[in-house]
Write a protein that binds this ligand. Sequence first.
Ligand code: HEC
Ligand code: HEC
Length: 266
Amino acid sequence: MAIVGVLPGPVMAQPQEPNLQTPPRKSPTRNSHDFLGLGRVPDAEAAKRGEPLYKENCATCHGADARGAQAPNLVRSVFVLHDEKGEGIGQVIRNGRPQGGMPAFPNLSDSQQYDIAEYLHEQVELAANRGLYKHSDTMTSGDAVKGKTLFAENCAACHSVTGDLAKIGAKYPQPAAMLARMAWPANPGPRQATVITADGVKQSGTLVHYDDFETTLRTAEGSSLTWPTDSVKVEIPDKLAGHRALLPRYSDDDLHHLTRYLLTLK
Ligand code: HEC
Ligand code: HEC
């Protein structure tokens, strides 16, 4: 991920030409986009077509704004973030995640799946930019005292300003970098998982491969075990879930207060 020294002023997602191979550009949008490691710029036309499809088919579970309801938040989903051209999302739409409570949508065509995926990517983009568009004001608009209170109320259950975040201000000295870090904390790395077989045997290890067809674990002893995904239950604790679940609830101002406070931790 390229760390840019000076971030441009207002950055809002702008309509992009419907082109999967959107070339890298030196526009403000592109800069924040690269900065956040978001990959390809979403296809705005497809996203527009995808919106009503999303609302009709997905919103009841994932929320009208895709920020989660009874089903997970898709705007902060690492799975959605890493989906390149809608293939991963398309696969989930086509096959569902029956074990996780997500139905299959075999009636949505390939192009409708693509449109919904683009809509979701655009929501990710907008959410990410939201955290940045006023970033240049952060140093002046954020209030570290308010940030400290917000931190005590919302973050102290998991973080400590004398422990894990003690030097966070030195680690991310730029307000924009700090904000981005709060919005997109470290990638989760190798995932630990527990596989429960049909006859109730539990096996834990590092998840090497996991899709709708096959699940492979590497055990602590180093052996590799593979199951057809639909024959087992796979439990993947997401240590960032709590962090992510809270983010959509903060206002821009809250995020700036928090940023300003975290910057004082050096
Ligand atoms: C009946 C409720 C329900 C509906 C309707 C639904 N989903 Fe889901 N969806 C879920 C649940 C529950 C999960 C989590 C399942 C799991 O991970 O095992 C999920 C998971 C997902 C994931 C994977 C997220 C991740 O981070 O792994 C994607 C992508 C997704 N849904 C997209 C959609 C789309 C697009 C639609 C509409 C076409 C849709 N869902 C409709 C319940 C639903
Ligand atoms: C439910 C637990 C939980 C809550 C609540 C939570 N976080 Fe996190 N946060 C995490 C976890 C887990 C990580 C990932 C830590 C890692 O990768 O080592 C993380 C990562 C971060 C990082 C990146 C740290 C780094 O070194 O890159 C920042 C900054 C951060 N959180 C700030 C906050 C702030 C500010 C709040 C409150 C507004 C908050 N978190 C609330 C669990 C939580």
